[in-house]
Design a protein. Structure first.
Length: 148
């Protein structure tokens, strides 16, 4: 029996749907929210560009730490959280086929976070945010994408 999972996601919300047979209706299994992705960059981090670090190895001079984008860091964190859930489903046999529909560039973050067994069951990844769709609308949109 094929256990199909469909993930719809953007950087702040993911919904996981499943079905055990192609003729079954999709059922929403889980919703994940990541409120940190909605915060302003200034609210995400206390790091500021040009933080000074004493360089102990080169005569005690000053070096500047590279600036990391706090928003991207949160997106990566959420993508890793989602990937762990998907991996667990694959590992336990609850997911044998996976389709991912996610906003760009979050789709890239998600694909990068997937482990090899999860990549092997990935049937399709589509650059479209369907996270606001319910199960019935998602079915219609997926059928439309497959046809066109």
């Amino acid at each position: 029996m094929k256990h199909e999972w469909i993930l719809t996601a953007n950087a702040s919300r993911a919904r996981l749907y499943g079905r055990d047979a192609p003729d079954e209706a999709l059922k929403e299994m889980q919703t994940l929210e990541h409120a940190e992705s909605r915060l302003r960059t200034s609210d995400l981090s206390s790091d500021h560009a040009g933080h000074e670090n004493a360089d102990q190895h080169h005569g005690g001079g000053v070096s500047f730490a590279p600036r990391t984008d706090p928003r991207r860091k949160e997106h990566q964190r959420f993508a890793q959280e989602i990937a762990l859930r998907l991996s667990e489903g694959v590992r336990t046999g609850r997911c044998t086929a996976l389709t991912i529909c996610a906003s760009s560039p979050f789709l890239g973050e998600l694909r990068a976070a997937l482990d090899e067994p999860t990549r092997q069951v990935l049937r399709a990844s589509v650059d479209v945010d369907l996270s606001a769709c319910g199960a019935a609308e998602l079915e219609r949109r997926l059928a439309s994408l497959a046809a066109g």
